[in-house]
Structures are given as C-alpha cells and as structure tokens.
Write a protein of this length. Sequence first.
Length: 131
Amino acid sequence: MIEGLFFIFLFQLVGTALTALFGLPVPGPVIGMALLLIWLALRFKTPASLDNLCDIFLRYLPLLFVPAAVGVLNYKDILIESGLSLFIILILSTLAALLAASISFIWVARHLCPPIGDEQRKLEPVKKGVE
C-alpha cells in the first residue's frame, strides 16, 4: 500500500512541478494523473501495490460525494428559485451528451471497423474426409 501511495504522490508531484515550471493553466494533479495513465498504458500492467490501493480507494469512494451534496445544499435558495429551469437544463444537457457519445461511437465504429462482406458472413461448410 505504501508503494502504491508513492506512485500516486510521485506522479502528482511531477505534475505539480511541470505546472509550476511551465506555467500551465491545468492543475498539477490533473497532469500527474494523465502522466500516470500514460505510464500505466505503456507498461501494460498495473503494479500489485497500486492495484491494491485502488481497491481500497474504490471501497470508500461514495464518501467523497458527501461534501459535494452538502455544498449543493448551501445554495438551497437558488435551487428553489431556479429549480425548474435547472432541471430542464440538466435533462437537456444529459440528452445532448448521450447523443454526442452515440454519434461519436457510430462514427468511430464505421471508420475503424470495415463492414463485413456477404462472402465473409457465410460460414463455409466443414469438409470432412480423408485426404
């Protein structure tokens, strides 16, 4: 577990250093997580210590949503005044995101996966016999 925390903090430190060094407008932890993603993708295997740490973090992930829910309750007056318009905007933006994701998926599937011709779809009969 200590080694897994080391990996996460190391990449966060590198990301923060890159942000400070180059004056990037992106937060250091975000750059660090992107670098960690690239490192894991190039390595093709997650270290066991990092895998165990992620399992522990995922077990307690719902606790991270409690502060956000409490923060929303601080704006109770705005929610009451603009509740209907916020609800409509939430529904429309969700539908727009689903539509964009669907269109993107269909476009990528058509361009990266060539269609299978009829001659490939038919299964050739298995010829049994002694040669």
